[in-house]
Design a protein around this ligand. Structure first.
Ligand SMILES: C[S@@+](CC[C@H](N)C(=O)[O-])C[C@H]1O[C@@H](n2cnc3c(N)ncnc32)[C@H](O)[C@@H]1O
Length: 247
């Protein structure tokens, strides 16, 4: 049964779906963010065999689902909002299976996926609810399976408070998005406690990179790659954690 919060998000994203993709991935910075995001994901996913059973949770308009398809996977993707998934379905041209479902209650048996990915989703939820989502995601992942999840970066939010404010005012006419920020070490620790091993963390993007973008996308991409790792990782807008479910 759908809870109140899920109902609220479904309503929100039904409307947001009209301009979600254009605003997130078709602006100057959006294109840079997407290329940096895909660069890391390709590196992380490439070692998987193309027969691997892959699940994407909260696929939205499907830019990651399409990346999987382009890499030769045949993913299963799910989301709460049909209007978002409708675009994902069109993007993947029949090469992915889509299911309308709530991530808190995934309609799959235990341990059936070799890999599970979820992007730009967990920042919607307070940390206690993130934990519930991790548990549900890990339930459907097989032991040794790969978990790839991302978060909004607490450090960059505060270190770059001024450019972040300016960016949000210009781009979205708001002070800051309604988002939950995570600390890298604490999040890694939480996942380790839930049995996720061999964790690796990569920084992605940074709204300040819009400045080099005005001059050259190549330069901005080069600088963006430097944000994957320490010391610049603390400035990245988001961070991805990848790890293996323990036995
Ligand atoms: C910010 S969008 C991210 C979409 C996509 N993963 C991306 O990287 O662009 C968040 C997505 O989460 C979905 N969502 C929100 N609550 C959900 C829930 N409880 N279960 C599944 N999907 C949910 C929304 O419908 C929306 O498509």
């Amino acid at each position: 049964m759908e809870n109140l919060e899920s109902k609220r998000y479904k309503e929100f994203y039904s409307l947001e779906s009209r301009h979600y993709h254009a605003l997130r991935y078709e602006t100057l910075y959006g294109r840079l963010f997407q290329s940096l995001h895909h660069y890391v994901l390709r590196e992380v996913l490439d070692p998987l065999t193309r027969q691997a059973k892959v699940l994407e949770v909260a696929c939205g308009t499907g830019h990651i689902t399409k990346l999987f398809v382009d890499m030769g996977f045949r993913p299963v993707a799910c989301d709460l909002t049909p209007q978002m998934m409708h675009q994902a379905r069109a993007r993947c041209q029949g090469l992915s299976l889509f299911l309308e479902t709530d991530a808190f209650q995934l309609p799959f048996p235990n341990g059936i996926f070799d890999a599970l990915i979820s992007t730009r989703f967990l920042h919607l939820f307070p940390h206690e609810q993130q934990q519930l989502l991790f548990v549900e995601m890990l339930r459907v992942l097989r032991p040794g399976g790969l978990l790839v999840v991302d978060f909004d970066n607490f450090f960059s939010r505060w270190l770059l408070a001024v450019p972040f404010l300016i960016y949000n005012l210009i781009r979205y006419h708001r002070v800051a998005p309604d988002s939950i920020y995570n600390r890298i070490k604490a999040t890694e620790k939480t996942l380790n406690k839930l049995g996720v091993n061999e964790t690796l963390c990569y920084g992605i993007g940074g709204t300040h990179l819009v400045v080099p973008c005005w001059f050259s996308q190549n330069l901005a991409f080069f600088l963006g790659l430097k944000h994957q790792r320490k010391p610049l990782r603390c400035l990245a807008e988001q961070f991805i954690i990848c790890g293996r479910k323990g036995p």
